[in-house]
Design a protein around this ligand. Sequence first.
Ligand code: NAP
Ligand code: G4F
Length: 353
Amino acid sequence: MKKVALLTGITGQDGSYLSEYLLGKGYIVHGIKRKSSQFNTQLIDNIYQDPTIPNRNLILHYGDMTDSLSMTKIIKKIRPNEIYNLAAQSHVGVSFENPEYISNVNSLGTLRILESIRLLNLQKKCKFYQASTSEMFGDLVKKNLNEKSNFLPKSPYGVSKLYAYWITKVYRDSYNIFACNGILFNHESERRGETFVTRKITKGLAEIKVGKRKCLYVGNLNSKRDWGYAADYVKMQWKMLQKKKADDYVIATGKQISVREFINKSCNYLGIKIGWKEKGLKEFAIVKSIIDKNSNIKKGDIIIRVSKRYFRPNDVDNLLGDPSKAIKELNWKPLVSIDAIIKKMIDNDLKLL
Ligand code: NAP
Ligand code: G4F
């Protein structure tokens, strides 16, 4: 019998990679998508329309994390073996603008699924994966963060995800549900949403290179992140649910760079040498030289500026993970370096242009 998986957030970065991965493993994949005024299935259209994948293997349902009835109805109909809860309002900066909605989706949305598993008596049949996040840690601890580190979230997003993390543990311990938290550090890809800083930089610089844009405005350049590759990380989501015992795991590379270094590396890859001038909100990056003489950029052009608009009321400046437990128990090894991620993202953004 084929295994049946249900993915919330199937239209997002991780949802698209995980559904490809599970279909490749012979699963029947059900996904929940929101009703939107524009198409929101771009990232899964390739698999949805793939003639080699039978229609019945990838099935989409309309639903919403804020709507218990729709969620319970879908779970009752499908009776999945595995649920991957990837759906979230996932932008930390935006969470300061709509904290109530983000809590409804990220916190109560998770509770709604766990309650459905319990009320439908699926405890023995259905395993549950929760997309937890390094943003729950905050940045008060300056060492590598692991499963035993304290949580001190600094944003409504971080707090909403901490509720989801704990309720997942509570349902595991109270009702014997096989429920795991994957505490994933930042992971990026060609499919990363365009408002997250890495994609904003690779897309923005690609546009500057081809003359579609003059300058890119960013926020906190000093923030450091432990950036990995999304297609690599989703495999660990699946692996967690294949263990004998449910547990929580940090998935990270154990290396970090700053936003400024990410820009430097991206410019290097595009053959643009830049220098940084001034400090704080006045800081900017100026072109010192360019390898590609046909480029639209000239020496002396200012291509990056800082704007107050992209600062958060409170930011996590420093995130670095310690994936030792996953390395040992899940046979985890980060496979794609930050330079390789940047190359993949820029090549894709140039191709799209
Ligand atoms: P993403 O690209 O932003 O995708 C989020 C998904 O959630 C989208 O499919 C979105 O649907 C869906 N969604 C949002 N609100 C919803 C609602 N009310 N009802 C139903 N679906 C809703 O995020 P991602 O990067 O793939 O991340 C996947 C999960 O991992 C998220 O829970 C995120 O918080 C968590 N996480 C991500 C990272 C990372 O670095 N990427 C790190 C740690 C944890 P639409 O397409 O309709 O918007
Ligand atoms: O790319 P970001 O928006 O990602 P952030 O805040 O780390 O959140 C992402 O990773 C979390 C895991 O730790 C996920 F849970 C979450 O769902 C999301 O996927 O920002 C990264 C850093 C921040 O410090 C931000 O202040 O970059 C800084 N930054 C500087 N300029 C900017 C910008 N961030 C954005 N989005 N846009 C800017 O212009």
